[in-house]
Design a protein around this ligand. Sequence first.
Ligand code: NAD
Length: 419
Amino acid sequence: MALARDPLVEARKQLRSAIEILGLDDEVFEALAEPERVIQVKIPVKMDDGRVRVYTGWRSQHNSALGPYKGGVRYHPNVNMNEVIALSMWMTWKNSLAGLPYGGGKGGVRVNPKVLTPGELERLSRKYFEAISDVVGPDIDIPAPDVYTDPQVMAWYFDEYNRIKRGQYFGVVTGKPKDLGGLEARIISTGYGVAVAAREAAVKFLGGIEGKTVAVQGFGNVGYYAAKFLAEMGARIVAVSDSRGGVYNSKGFNIDDVMAAKKREGTVARYEKAEKRVGALEILELDVDILVPAAIEEVITEENASRIKAKLIVEGANGPTTTEAEKLLSERGVIIVPDILANAGGVIMSHIEWVNNRMGGWITDEEAIRKLEAKMSENVKRVVNYWEKKLSSKRPLRDAAYAIAVERVYKAMKLRGVI
Ligand code: NAD
């Protein structure tokens, strides 16, 4: 998904503000405002009709002080170099905050994958990975799925890398299919992590998750699993929506029943056991305890912030709240669990997969999910603790998350003698 503003400008603003909170010198900003390396590659692909089309791709490696670069690859017609660089910077903070031994990286190919045949998609994926094969590797940079890339694409990357290197390096990509060393639990990991983050925040700020009402915007991978697991944890999911609208029921929904309706009808908006329909944006303003935006960026804005009634917002999507809206909400005492904390479940599960691959291990999905839960829960507590001890309660939790993330990277750079 292309971001509306120049995401690199936004990313640098956030970095600047974290550096101010930490009281660090301007040279630290300079050292972190640019990626360590960004490569642009040309990807000639033979199409099914015999013609050759040339695509452009990037891999940005933002920072490696904490370990190998880690981050997904997106295929999108609007992706550009600045977006890839910004996303790689966000991965540095997400990985650092999560306590993983990873730096931040991100890749992108400017392509509309929906118009490619499976054969064209495979050739594009292999050519892209071949083009970046000198700068990736299990100890260097470990790609994973992102927008419009999936386990099958990872399987092609994995095979291409091992063909070139003449080895069996399972840890070169994560998010692989189960039969190639992946974990089935990866599919639930981001949504499950969002649910655990919501539960921890609810325990801290709302007196528990049991019986709390929740609205979830977006019923895709993240929204569906977040809703499903929050319901299992005892919350009442009273509203869900997708791009075509949403539904409300004060008694709460059976999430799998809603999913069955979405599969049948193509949208949750036609689910028959609803008390009323709600619009895609109206769902944000419902009178609920917890709001989980899990669809797209910049939906909570200066314009609608004053009408939001939830006491707790848990960001499943990347960047759903604008800076201006966050300021207004924080002043009113609304707690926002920021994206880099709340939706880190995917990369945490990737780390579990990578460790398992490198040990030649056989971790079970159940064990992996237990590890993910423990890590998410510990991470939320760490951020809340920092926020309570070091920041004013009028400041957003995001400030604490960024300060912790940037400080860990700064310390690693200092220890290495990089700065
Ligand atoms: P997805 O494509 O599976 O689902 C997106 C959902 O949002 C769909 O239900 C879609 O109908 C809905 N939607 C789109 N536009 C909408 C609108 N205007 N109003 C309401 N709903 C709308 O995507 P996903 O993987 O669930 O990702 C959702 C968000 O979470 C994105 O911001 C993504 O970057 C972020 N994220 C995803 C992961 C992951 O592992 N999947 C990890 C971290 C962050």
